[in-house]
Design a protein around this ligand. Structure first.
Ligand SMILES: Nc1ncnc2c1ncn2[C@@H]1O[C@H](COP(=O)(O)OP(=O)(O)OP(=O)(O)O)[C@@H](O)[C@H]1O
Length: 259
């Protein structure tokens, strides 16, 4: 079996007295497209934020490839807390697309995409620009390269955010409810870009979404998480049509009735 590219080993995350992840074990294979679903507050975004190094962990180990994310291997093989330099290096392997786009408002679309490759990866400006134009073509926005974010619709901004994440050539792309801040008529164009990415790239994708139909379409595997642990997981056609756990059944009944 291929080694996982993401591995959570008994990961605990506490915020004060509240335990959000309670000994989470979770793996993702290279190139796999995995969706995390579950009730509000169950810890879905926290999983992505830990991977993006935006939240630390209280216990356990997170592995990205064969390296620990929040730890470093000491000379004697034991794990010690990661240095800022280690986190910085590991972070470049992952990209994240947020619910609220988070584009740099004072930069053009093109500059939003070239900024990190030029300053973090030290890619030459001409090459970064060429790559950015290729990515803008992929998300259907070449003619908007010189605009500022406020001149674009939410759907267009989110497509720029996807291009910006891809410009770093990450191994893993994280999506945190990428369409839930959009007006309903703009959801389709963003889903279309993500669907195309899922179909055409061997990128590992981890998606948190409340859009069950979309989760079903693009995922190799769906994980149902509740109270900080995975309660059930499987291929979308199994999990959505024949969930075995009562909590999964209740959750799906509630959200599918809603939609
Ligand atoms: N920085 C923080 N400080 C304190 N509590 C936090 C913090 N971030 C998240 N939490 C709490 O952790 C729990 C899990 O949050 P998380 O955002 O991971 O849930 P979620 O499953 O993504 O929910 P939703 O679907 O509503 O976005 C929630 O109870 C939340 O209030």
């Amino acid at each position: 079996m291929t080694e996982p590219i993401i591995r959570f080993e008994k990961v605990v995350k506490r915020f004060g007295d509240v335990t959000v992840l309670d000994g989470l074990d979770f793996t993702v294979a290279p190139g796999e497209k995995v969706t995390i679903i579950g009730p509000s507050g169950s810890g879905k975004s926290t999983i992505l934020r830990i991977l993006m190094t935006l939240e630390d962990i209280s216990d356990g180990v997170v592995w990205v490839g064969d390296e620990p994310l929040w730890h470093e291997k000491a000379a004697d093989g034991t794990l010690k807390p990661a240095s800022e330099a280690h986190l910085h290096r590991m972070r470049t392997r992952l990209g994240m697309v947020f619910q609220s786009f988070n584009l740099f408002p004072h930069m053009t679309v093109l500059r939003n995409i070239t900024e990190a490759p030029v300053h973090v990866l030290k890619v030459g400006k001409a090459e970064a620009r060429e790559r950015a134009m290729g990515l803008l073509d992929m998300v259907g926005l070449t003619e908007h390269a010189d605009k500022f974010p406020y001149q674009l619709s939410g759907g267009q901004q989110q497509r720029v955010a996807i291009a910006r994440a891809l410009a770093m050539r990450p191994d893993i792309l994280l999506f945190d409810e990428p369409t839930s801040a959009l007006d309903p008529e703009l959801v389709g164009e963003v889903q279309e870009v993500i669907r195309k990415l899922a179909e055409e790239h061997d990128l590992t994708m981890l998606l948190v979404t409340h859009e069950m139909r979309f989760a079903r379409e693009i995922s190799d595997r769906v994980c149902f998480i509740d109270a900080g642990a995975i309660r059930e997981e499987g291929a979308p056609e199994e999990l959505f049509t024949a969930p075995t756990e009562e909590r999964t059944q209740d959750f799906l009944r509630a959200v599918l009735d809603d939609g």
